[in-house]
Design a protein around this ligand. Structure first.
Ligand SMILES: [Zn+2]
Length: 431
C-alpha cells in the first residue's frame, strides 16, 4: 500500500460551488483519494510520503483535452502561416519522415513540459501511437492516446488496425492509459471510415477523438460534399451515438451547438491555436449558456507553441470578453473549470479525475502564490487565471506519485529526453 499525505495547502476541489479550503489536507492510498478536507489534528501516521504544501494552492491536475503531443518536435518550425498552407507545405511533408523513436522522445518532451505546468492528463492524437503509449507509460502520466485516421494515408492505419491497437493498448497498459479512436476530421475521412469508427467505438466502448469545424473552409467543403453541416453529417453517420471529444468547434451555428449540448459531446476548446492560425473565435459563451461540455486543449506545440493549460485558460477568459464586448463572459471560475473538471468531462473521465474528491484518482498539482505577481491574494480563481503562470507550479502528481517537484523529475531523465528530442527534431527538419 502506498500512502501519500499533502497538508498545509489551500485547496480548490473544483467540485460544484465549492469554496477554497485553507489549511487543507489530502490523503491518497494506492493512487486513490481517501480524504480531502480541513487538516485533521490526528491524521494518522505511517504515511510513505508527506508533503508540506507551505500554503500553496492544491488543485486537481490540469487536463489537456486536445493535443498532438509529439509535435513538440516541430515547435517554432513553421509559424505565422495560414492553416492549410502550414499543414500541406510544412507539417505533413515533415511528419512523413517521422519514425517511432521520434514520436517517443517528442511525446516525452511534451510530458516534461506539461508536468511542469501542472498538467496530469492529456488527450493525444498522433502517428505511431504505440510509441506515444510507451512514452506515457514511462512518463507516469495519464493519457488518452489514439492514432490518426486519414483517408489518404496507407492502409496500415485503417479503422480495423486502429481498433486492434486500442484493444491491445487497453489490455496491456496500466489503467491510466485510456485508448481512443482518432478519425482526423469529417473533411479528411471518408464516410465509410467514420461509420466504421462509430460502430467500433460502440462495440468496444471506446471514445472518439475528432477535429470538428476548425476553419470556415472545411465547413464549406463538408457542405459541398454532403449537403450537410458537419454536425448533422456526423449525426447521420452515427458518430454522435458514441462518446465523442470534438476539438476546436470554432464554426458552429445555433442548431449545431444545441445538438452537441444535447448529445453530451465534449468540446475541446483550443483558443491559442485558434488565434495563432486565425481560425476564428469559438462560440464558447453560447456553448456554456446552452449547457455544452467544454474543456480546454492546447492543440499541438507547433500551433500554440506551449502546452500550458493555465495560460490557455487565461487566453480563453480574455479573448471571449474582447470578442463579445462583454467582460462578464467566461469568468475566472469558468475558465478554471474548463482546465480541470470541464476538460475531464470533455474526454469522458469525469468519474476518475478533474476534481479532488474521495474515490477519484490522486492527480493533483500545487501552485505557489508566494511570488510578487501573485500578491496580494483577494480571489483565488481570479489569481490563478489572470495573474499566475505555469512557472508557479511547484509540484505535480499522478495516481499519488510525485512526477515533478521544484524543477526536478524524480522518475525521468529530463536532460536525456531533451537531447534525444532535439536529435529527432534536427533530423526531421534538416532536409
Ligand atoms: Zn488538433
Amino acid at each position: 500500500m502506498a500512502t501519500l499525505r499533502v497538508h498545509n495547502a489551500t485547496m480548490l476541489t473544483m467540485c460544484d460551488g465549492a469554496e477554497p479550503i485553507h489549511g487543507a489536507e489530502l490523503v491518497s492510498v494506492d493512487g486513490v483519494i481517501e480524504y480531502v478536507g480541513p487538516e485533521r489534528d490526528q491524521p494518522g501516521d505511517g504515511f510513505d510520503e508527506q508533503i508540506d504544501a507551505g500554503g500553496a494552492v492544491l488543485l486537481p491536475g490540469l487536463v489537456n483535452a486536445h493535443t498532438h503531443l509529439a509535435m513538440t518536435l516541430l515547435r517554432g518550425f513553421a509559424d505565422d502561416m495560414p492553416l492549410q498552407e502550414w499543414l500541406t507545405e510544412k507539417i505533413w511533408p515533415t511528419e512523413a519522415g517521422l519514425v517511432e523513436e521520434d514520436v517517443y522522445w517528442g511525446t516525452l518532451l511534451g510530458i516534461l513540459e506539461m508536468l511542469r505546468a501542472g498538467v496530469t492528463c492529456y488527450n493525444d492524437m498522433y502517428h505511431y501511437p504505440g510509441a506515444g503509449v510507451r512514452a506515457a507509460i514511462d512518463g507516469g502520466i495519464r493519457a488518452l492516446p489514439s492514432g490518426v485516421l486519414l483517408q489518404f494515408v496507407d492502409e496500415r492505419r485503417d479503422v480495423s488496425s486502429a481498433t486492434e491497437f486500442a484493444l491491445q493498448t487497453r489490455e496491456t497498459s496500466p489503467e491510466r492509459i485510456v485508448p481512443m479512436l482518432g478519425p482526423h476530421a469529417p473533411y479528411s475521412c471518408t464516410p465509410e471510415m467514420l461509420t466504421e469508427v462509430a460502430e467500433a467505438a460502440l462495440e468496444h466502448g471506446f471514445s472518439i477523438h475528432i477535429h470538428l469545424s476548425e476553419t470556415v473552409n472545411e465547413v464549406e467543403q463538408v457542405e459541398q460534399q454532403t449537403g450537410m453541416k458537419p454536425v448533422a453529417y456526423l449525426e447521420k453517420l452515427g458518430v454522435l451515438n458514441a462518446h465523442v471529444t470534438a476539438a476546436h468547434c470554432v464554426h458552429l451555428d445555433d442548431g449545431e451547438i444545441a445538438v452537441l449540448a444535447e448529445r453530451g459531446v465534449g468540446i475541446a476548446h483550443c483558443p491559442t491555436s485558434n488565434m495563432k492560425l486565425a481560425s476564428g473565435f469559438a462560440r464558447v459563451p453560447d456553448m456554456l449558456e446552452r449547457g455544452a461540455i467544454v474543456g480546454l486543449g492546447t492543440d499541438g506545440a507547433s500551433s500554440n507553441n506551449r502546452l500550458d493549460l493555465l495560460g490557455e485558460a487565461r487566453m480563453a477568459a480574455l479573448i471571449h470578453k474582447g470578442y463579445a464586448g462583454d467582460p462578464r463572459v467566461v469568468n475566472a471560475r469558468q475558465a478554471l473549470e474548463m482546465a480541470t473538471i470541464g476538460a475531464a468531462r470533455a474526454i469522458g473521465l469525469q468519474e476518475t479525475i478533474g476534481s479532488l474528491e474521495v474515490g477519484k484518482r490522486a492527480d493533483f498539482t500545487l501552485v505557489s502564490m508566494a511570488e510578487a505577481h501573485n500578491q496580494p491574494l483577494h480571489n483565488l480563481c481570479s489569481q490563478l487565471i489572470y495573474a499566475a503562470e505555469a512557472g508557479d507550479v511547484v509540484l505535480t502528481a499522478v495516481d499519488g506519485v510525485v512526477l515533478y517537484e521544484r524543477g526536478a523529475y524524480p522518475h525521468l531523465d529530463a536532460e536525456r529526453i531533451i537531447a534525444r528530442a532535439n536529435e529527432s527534431a534536427m533530423r526531421l527538419t534538416r532536409s
